[in-house]
Design a protein around this ligand. Sequence first.
Ligand SMILES: *Cc1c(COP(=O)(O)O)cnc(C)c1O
Length: 216
Amino acid sequence: MSVNKENYSQLVENLTNKQVQLVAVSKTKPIEDILALYNLGQRDFGENYVQELVDKEAALPKDIRWHFIGHLQSNKVKYIVPFVHLIHGIDSFKLLKEVNKQAAKINRTVNCLLQIHIAEETTKFGFDEDELFKLNDLAELQNIRVTGLMGMASFTDNKQKVRSEFTTLKKLFNQFAEKYSNCTILSMGMSGDYEIAMEEGSNLLRIGSLLFGERV
Ligand SMILES: *Cc1c(COP(=O)(O)O)cnc(C)c1O
């Protein structure tokens, strides 16, 4: 088992009294590793792949709050909508409408974050600033609750660049929150950049390798 309990305790201690949530990113990691953190009190876990998430949800305790943090394809929405706690990676209005449709079928309201493209890499997904503020039809989607924004900084050693991308996202978040009162979650920060993310106003960290070891 590769779970790093010491890193976990340190991180949890670090976040105490800071109003910052921790999502433990368990993608590709086995059930036993998730249970090891569960037994230390962790309840929020994040996954990137639909089939993997569905299998793990079925096998693990029901009080786990599952976060879908990957790139979600419209045709797979229906598999996670019945139980997912928060979908972080909404990157198009079309996807939002599909989540709404599937959620309506089972009479659920699903919490969603809009993913914002802040990184330089064009391979990363998300809305840009213009698109975000052109979204005027959110209120029509009655089975969706947009509870915040999510973003990923560029993959680089340039800390200044990472910081400025997080600053940009935090500004957008503040503007968006003025318009939408449900918008309270700012999901930014991973193992390599969570300290900067917190300094720039993140209130939800998505941390994988620091807790579960490197992925292969
Ligand atoms: C894998 C992943 C993480 C966790 O990354 P680490 O660097 O292992 O902490 C966070 N967010 C997203 C969107 C991811 O895909």
